[in-house]
Design a protein around this ligand. Structure first.
Ligand SMILES: *Cc1c(COP(=O)(O)O)cnc(C)c1O
Length: 491
């Protein structure tokens, strides 16, 4: 089978400032044959800068080639698999991009009056219902801009709820396998974080929860499936224990694709759940945003939802700001609306059966991969997983090959590396999430690459420890890049 690799016609490219020559222009149009308006009538002289020396003067083809060449140095989901654990870098259907760009959606202004934005409000109203149904909860806010902000919003609602009961409480329990945003969101909401150790099966032990649970604990934050890709088998009992002490259960639903259409967090006992539309519901997020982190809640938390909420009165939709116990606004206007449009289109185009197939395929792909590489890599919790699994460098270590080396060598073979050194409870973790959108053939290519690397580590470890060899640049000084970034070109 042909590898996908990165060698070949990837062209060298300098800075655009180093190109072109004086007087060269980036367009070719016939001479102006209408009276020319002076620049001064278009831009007042006080706003014109006369001293702009050293701007690139380049032709159209130079500009096009420059940016196309740079784009070819990038890896993206449009070039190949992106098995970055916990990130759900799946391929998102282009039809949802088309829908989000329809002028009726893309040209709408957030200050447009309600009478002129009924379609947008309808979409928000319906999307809220769909996400509530998917989560097994009652109400949803679409406002938060990302998962972490969804967590903060959820924790603020939990705090408002406890405060309304007479005592905000002090502590939030967070398992040691949690995403780093979980303890951060708890702390930002004024809570003390108490770590909950995982047991030797990588799961939360209900006995531990019982021991730590009391009336000072406001909530527990749980990711299910957890960051090891394992389903919390005792989830219902854990929720019961927390509820019996008056606490609430927060669910981190960033990676909902594992259970989509198969089971619902609300049915397990969760009271609050954020979803990452940019992971599960068709907004690409390799470039860092924008995203959306809607939060679903049980009815007891509905009075605390951010304002405004979309209400339906007869066949009219209205924005309701009259929620006296609301935590307020967490984001300007109506959130990242285009992300909501993509999610809505995605859910409608797939339907219930299609959504369920996401859960099935995400799980099948991860388990196929796990079983195919278990002979080459140590997998600490090697049993049925959900959307991802965690391998380690334990078997390669005696040859001096570490997780970072394996990740770098994968780049030579044409793959984006998986998430590494997370979750923190697994030393040398390689966290692999193939996602539901990869075919068996593409999984097989990735498996071959991983197996080749395991063999190289045995036979010729220096090939791995000095990787990558075929990329534009090899090992970067990441500390220096972060501490002394050079952000400005000087001629
Ligand atoms: C990605 C992720 C988050 C954070 O989401 P952002 O949108 O990046 O803020 C939180 N929890 C888990 C488990 C995640 O995978």
């Amino acid at each position: 089978m042909a590898g996908i690799g990165t060698s070949g016609l990837i062209l060298e490219e300098g800075l655009i400032f180093e190109k072109g020559s004086s007087g060269r222009v980036g367009y070719s149009l016939p001479p102006l044959d209408v009276p020319q308006k002076g620049i001064d009538t278009l831009i007042p002289p006080s706003l014109q800068r006369m001293d702009l020396e050293g701007l690139p003067e380049v032709s159209e083809v130079e500009v096009v080639r420059h940016f196309v060449r740079l784009s070819q140095w990038n890896y993206s989901i449009a070039s190949g698999p992106y098995p970055l654990g916990s990130c759900t870098m799946k391929y998102n259907p282009r039809v949802n991009e088309r829908v989000a760009r329809l002028p009726g959606f893309s040209q709408i202004h957030p200050l447009q009056p309600e009478e002129l934005s009924q379609g947008a409000l309808f979409l928000m109203y319906e999307l809220e219902r769909y996400l509530a149904e998917i989560s097994g909860l009652d109400r949803v806010t679409l406002q938060p801009a990302a998962g972490a902000q969804g967590e903060l919003t959820g924790m603020m609602m939990i705090r408002a709820y406890h405060t309304a009961q007479g005592n905000p409480r002090r502590i939030v329990l967070v398992p040691d396998s949690a995403h780093g945003t979980n303890p951060s969101s708890s702390a930002l909401s004024g809570y003390q974080v108490q770590a909950l150790p995982s047991n030797d099966r990588g799961l939360i032990d209900p006995a531990q929860v019982r021991k730590l649970m009391n009336d000072k604990v406001a909530a527990i934050m749980i990711t299910n499936p957890n960051t090891l890709g394992l389903f919390e088998e005792e989830i219902c009992r854990i929720c019961e224990i927390v509820h019996s002490h008056g606490g609430l259960v927060y669910g981190d639903g960033a990676n909902l694709n594992a259970i989509l259409g198969i089971t619902r967090p609300g049915d397990m006992g969760f009271d609050v759940l954020h979803l990452n539309l940019h992971k599960t519901f068709s907004t690409p997020h390799g470039g860092g945003g924008p995203g959306a982190g809607p939060v679903a809640v049980r009815a007891i938390l509905a009075p605390f939802l951010p304002i405004p909420v979309v209400n339906k009165e007869g066949d009219r939709l209205r924005l309701n700001y009259d929620l006296p116990r609301s935590i307020g606004k967490v984001r300007a206007f109506h959130a990242n609306f285009a992300v909501l449009v993509r999610a809505y289109a995605y859910i409608l185009s797939l339907g219930a059966a299609g959504l369920k197939r996401i859960g099935q395929m995400a799980t099948l792909n991860a388990n196929y991969l796990r079983r195919q590489v278990e002979s080459s890599f140590h997998i600490p919790f090697n049993r049925l997983c959900k959307h991802e699994f965690v391998a380690t460098d334990e078997r390669q270590q005696d040859k001096g090959v570490k997780t970072l080396d394996i990740a770098k060598r994968l780049m030579d073979k044409g793959f984006h590396p998986p998430t590494i050194y997370f979750p923190l409870i697994v030393p040398g973790a390689l966290m692999i999430e193939p996602t539901e959108s990869e075919s068996k053939e593409s999984l097989d290519q990735f498996i071959s690459a991983l197996k080749e690397i395991a063999e190289e580590a045995e036979r010729d470890p220096s090939q791995v420890t000095s990787a990558p060899h075929l990329t534009k640049v090899s090992r970067l000084d990441e500390v220096r890049a972060a501490r002394e970034p050079i952000l400005r070109w000087k001629g």
